[in-house]
Design a protein around this ligand. Structure first.
Ligand SMILES: [Zn+2]
Length: 383
């Protein structure tokens, strides 16, 4: 049992409560949250706020080794089947790919993430490689695999935490039937897909299926969430809501690729659960602070009203609910994953409130305390 004490954002609504003791048992699970004074092992300074460990809801951690190489290129040239990304993955040694993955994992942890949800390329081999690297790092990686070459979809499904389809065109009758049965028997596995990332995707879907890709995706009974929905409209979002499919969007990635800023306000209004991801490491560093600030500024300039607290939820509470794991909030029964952030640093001091400070001012350097599954990853004041 370990006790962390300080000011914290508690529960699914991230309510700011001062002087709270959080008990985490030997399995890394929060067992008790109380105002009672108890002898805590970690007492955070009064200027700190404890927030749930950040969740990066969409990553591709293997492609760090082409950082910035695709800036200025089209989406197809960057991530298409014959684009720079897949060519580099095909031509690189296992060793080079391992180093690329490790670079992403180091960045994720340093920047305050305790969980990421990865669309892993390269089938079974890709899943195995990421799992192997994860053993050495204090972070939870939920791996959504995909079929590659001669891989059996069932093997991919068994070895990963679920499936991440690259787009609606990658589903054929066979994979559709298999996935349906697999999901029915294993509801805890996560099934996701890239959707409505560009106008080209939507046009191609209209040509092939006579309907936009989101509409087609909603006909399948197994998806937990779509990734991007950058070009989604009110109709798409209400269809997703009706089918209990949530949305992860990646605003920095969209703008990096020269696409439009996603309709964040409309997504929130539609009542789907919304999470944010940083997407490929090649297009931006996985940094929750940069992601939140960027999203809030871009929303403003796109006439979208979004509050700092709503955006804080998109990297904590919401993705936890979307992947149906006990993560992303400081609530009894949830994983003991926390970040302690100094609200009296030169960055954060004088900010209007805790939510604004965390989303628009804080930086990874303001993290003074980090815990993953009840084990300390960082503790600045440790003697
Ligand atoms: Zn992706």
């Amino acid at each position: 049992m370990v006790i962390v004490r300080g000011n914290a954002l508690i529960g699914p609504d991230l309510e700011f409560i001062e002087g709270i003791s959080i008990h985490v048992d030997e399995n890394g699970i929060i067992t008790n949250i109380s105002k009672k004074q108890s002898s805590a092992k970690y007492v955070l300074p009064p200027s700190y706020v404890i927030v749930p460990g950040f969740i990066n809801a969409h990553t591709h951690v293997a492609d760090a080794f082409i950082k910035d190489y695709t800036y200025g290129l089209s989406l197809e040239e960057a991530v298409g089947p014959n684009g720079i990304k897949h060519s580099k993955l095909r031509l690189s040694s296992l060793q080079d790919k391992a180093e690329s993955i490790r670079n992403s994992l180091e960045l994720l942890i340093k920047n305050g993430y305790t969980t990421f949800v990865d669309f892993r390329e390269e089938g079974i081999e890709g899943i195995r490689q990421l799992k192997e690297e994860l053993d050495d790092f204090p972070i939870r990686g939920l791996i959504l695999g995909r079929k590659h070459g001669e891989d059996d979809l069932l093997d991919v499904f068994e070895q990963a935490d679920g499936l991440g389809f690259s787009d609606v065109f990658s589903i054929n009758n066979e994979s559709m039937t298999q996935t349906k049965i697999l999901k029915e028997n294993n509801p805890e596995k996560i099934i996701a897909i890239h959707a409505s990332e560009s106008m080209e995707t939507i046009s191609e879907s209209l040509t092939q299926f006579g309907k936009p890709d989101i509409e087609k995706i909603c006909e399948y009974p197994f998806f937990d969430f779509v990734v991007h929905a950058t070009y989604s409209n009110e109709n798409d979002l209400s269809l997703l809501k009706k089918n209990d499919i949530n949305v992860i969007t990646c605003p920095i990635s969209a703008l990096y690729h020269g696409l439009k800023f996603p309709p964040i306000a409309l997504m929130l209004k539609s009542k789907v659960l919304l999470g944010l991801g940083t997407d490929n490491t090649f297009c931006c560093n996985p940094d929750p602070f940069r992601l939140m600030a960027f999203t809030l500024y871009s929303a403003r300039s796109n006439y979208q009203n979004v509050s700092p607290k709503e955006i804080l939820k998109t990297v904590t509470v919401n993705p936890g609910l979307i992947v149906k794991r006990q993560i992303g909030q400081i609530t009894e029964g949830y994983s003991g994953d926390f970040i302690g952030i100094d609200l009296n640093s030169p960055n954060t001091r004088y900010s209007k409130d805790v939510y604004s400070a965390l989303t628009m001012r804080a930086e990874p350097s303001d993290i003074g305390f980090q815990m993953y599954k009840g084990k300390v990853v960082k503790w600045k004041d440790q003697k």
